[in-house]
Design a binder for this molecule. Structure first.
Ligand SMILES: CCCCCCCCCCCCCCCC(=O)SCCNC(=O)CCNC(=O)[C@H](O)C(C)(C)COP(=O)(O)OP(=O)(O)OC[C@H]1O[C@@H](n2cnc3c(N)ncnc32)[C@H](O)[C@@H]1OP(=O)(O)O
Ligand SMILES: NC(=O)C1=CN([C@@H]2O[C@H](COP(=O)(O)OP(=O)(O)OC[C@H]3O[C@@H](n4cnc5c(N)ncnc54)[C@H](OP(=O)(O)O)[C@@H]3O)[C@@H](O)[C@H]2O)C=CC1
Length: 519
């Protein structure tokens, strides 16, 4: 057994955000590699009419947990859902549950956060800063705690170009921000938000930076580490390639382009697409948990989980690879053929938005109205454009992240651990791995997000061929109409037309004469 996997045997682990994208993959990998672990406590809230047990049941019955259920048949007995709401000042954990957590927990993985870019500052501070502070306080009372691992983001300091594995100072102390949230009303908070976030693009990155500072200032004697992943994408290999279950980050835009809604994007083609597979992040997280508990570093270590420094892929290349993947794995019932133009300035962006996004949406809605149906395309397009405007910042900047601590950790692992725990971390380090990764990503989106049957691929390809023919027909008809109008109104156009015609006639005559000579 690997040293890291053995470390987690008999351990009681607390995970926040275990129902989220990263948390679920973390829980799965822990159970799969360390089936002997004692228990995983998950802080979870009732949601969408589901009780805690129903939510856990749904996770365990998902495709993600298929392998785990074979390796660890009693997995359901090892998950202990704890009712909690991190939006509440006391986290809404019952006294009995709190007692159990305080006396039993060995390792904490804090993944919960609001990842919405448009979250109100109060909400983002509550979840990304205050809840972190409360969890630290709770952790400081845990008698058997060995390590507290906090998941942040590589973009918490995205206002800088080069980012080291250190905590950067915040212009306003987190404690002052937390205090002010108690007495300021929403209107005033709205007014001061742009000033507070400064040159960061949103409240998410700002509050994640505050969260890190809270860890730095308030962790006391705890054994703490921070992990900063960049853009977390579908899994590279584990538990199977291409696993994905939400539309955050690139996934939503890949769907929008595969379905033919997204046709142009304001992006810097030469900027680095720092996407990192979710299993790579999770493997690093597990290894960091082990290292922090066993080696007890003197200071809080920060680990960057990024791809750009190991194996950079540019947005331009990423876009081409995504489009190439659609040739093999098309999505069903596409609105238009997948094609995305990367534009670089405001004028071309506005032009392509008008021509490629709004015009087709308006025409399609008109068609829906004519056929007695409810128009919906313009609404969808406006939502998509709003989403793009939120993500644009990340496709128009490049960052350089140092990865000394991550590399140090790699060198500390035994070859067996590198194989079992960190295999995917080392993998996409060859350029051609990106193509394989992107193909699996697109396949994963099709299977796990869109729930489309792979048997439908030939039909989807046929549909795209039909769309291509319609496209050619439409362009030819448009050209002829414009040309006809020009000829009717302009002498110059008429002269050009006759010149082309006489040239064609001469060419045909010459071709016929030379064919006759050969016979
Ligand atoms: C050739 C192709 C190249 C591709 C190239 C891609 C490059 C793409 C780089 C991204 C770079 C991020 C890098 C950050 C990495 C971290 O560190 S943060 C973690 C990631 N977090 C996120 O991605 C959160 C982003 N999302 C949000 O903040 C919110 O969803 C938004 C964008 C503000 C929209 O909020 P809202 O209007 O309240 O809408 P919401 O209820 O969330 O969703 C409404 C509709 O929007 C749509 N939508 C939501 N999110 C998305 C999305 N990401 N995409 C598309 N549609 C979406 C959905 O279709 C949804 O429709 P319905 O389900 O209602 O039918
Ligand atoms: N995804 C990405 O691209 C990146 C993510 N990260 C970081 O990784 C971590 C995990 O992100 P990811 O898994 O993508 O996010 P998700 O949005 O998928 O998951 C967020 C998790 O937090 C939980 N949560 C939110 N609010 C509360 C609350 N009030 N009480 C209890 N639980 C709550 C959610 O629970 P519920 O299901 O009940 O809503 C969910 O389990 C975050 O810290 C994020 O900042 C960092 C870089 C990139």
């Amino acid at each position: 057994m690997s040293m890291v996997a053995a470390f987690y045997s008999n351990k009681s682990i607390l995970i926040t955000g275990a129902t989220g994208f990263l948390g679920k993959v973390l829980m799965e990998k822990l159970f799969r590699t360390s089936p002997q672990l004692k228990v995983i406590y998950i802080l979870i809230r009732p949601k969408a009419g589901q009780t805690l047990q129903e939510r856990v049941f749904q996770i365990l019955n998902s495709k993600l947990f298929e392998k785990v259920k074979e390796i660890c048949p009693n997995v359901h007995e090892k998950i202990r859902p704890i009712s909690a709401d991190l939006n509440q000042s006391d986290l809404a954990i019952s006294k009995e549950d709190m007692q159990e957590l305080l006396s039993g927990t060995n390792i904490v993985f804090h993944c919960a956060a609001t990842v919405r870019f448009d979250a109100h500052l109060r909400e983002a501070v509550q979840l990304n800063v205050i809840a972190t502070q409360k969890l630290l306080l709770m952790a400081s009372q845990m008698s058997k705690l060995e390590a507290f691992i906090h998941i942040s983001t590589a973009f918490s300091n995205c206002n800088l170009k080069r980012i080291d594995e250190v905590i950067y100072p915040c212009p306003v102390e987190p404690r002052k921000i937390i205090d002010s949230m108690e007495w300021l009303d929403d209107a005033i908070i709205d007014e001061i938000t742009p000033k507070l976030i400064g040159d960061r693009p949103n409240t998410y990155t700002y509050t994640k930076a505050l969260g890190e500072m809270v860890i730095h200032q308030e962790s006391g004697n705890l054994n703490v580490a921070i992990i900063r992943p960049s853009i977390v994408g579908a899994s590279w290999q584990e538990p199977f390639p291409g696993w994905i279950d939400n539309i955050n980050g690139p996934s939503g835009l890949i769907i929008a382009s595969g379905k033919g809604f997204l046709r142009s994007l304001r992006a810097t083609p030469m900027a680095i697409a720092d996407v990192i597979p979710v299993d790579t992040v999770v493997n690093l997280t597990i290894a960091v948990g082990w290292y922090t508990a066993v080696h007890r570093p003197k200071s809080t270590l920060i680990y960057h989980s990024t791809s750009g420094n190991l194996n950079p892929c540019l947005w331009h290349d990423m876009g081409l690879k995504v489009l190439a993947a659609f040739e093999k794995i098309p999505f069903e019932r596409a609105f238009r053929r997948p094609y995305v133009d990367f534009t670089t300035n405001n004028f071309t962006t506005q032009y392509w938005n008008a021509v490629s996004h709004w015009a087709p949406a308006i025409i399609y809605d008109f068609y829906l109205r004519l056929t007695g149906r409810k128009p919906r395309m313009l609404k969808l397009m406006n939502r998509l454009l709003r989403t793009i405007s939120m993500l644009e910042y990340f496709i128009n900047h490049s960052w350089e992240w140092s990865t000394n601590n991550t590399e140090m950790l790699l060198s500390e692992l035994s070859p067996e651990d590198q194989r079992v725990i960190l295999l995917p971390l080392c993998r996409p380090s060859h350029a051609n791995h990106w193509l394989e990764y992107i193909e699996n990503y697109v396949l994963g989106i099709k299977k796990y997000l869109l729930k489309e049957d792979l048997a439908g691929i030939p039909k989807a390809k046929e549909h795209l061929r039909r769309l291509r023919n319609i496209h050619y027909l439409f362009n030819t008809a448009l050209f002829l109409i414009v040309w006809r109008l020009l000829i009717a109104r302009s002498q110059t156009a008429r002269n050009v037309w006759f010149l082309i015609m006489s040239f064609c006639y001469k060419f045909l005559s010459y071709f016929r004469a030379s064919s006759a000579l050969k016979v």
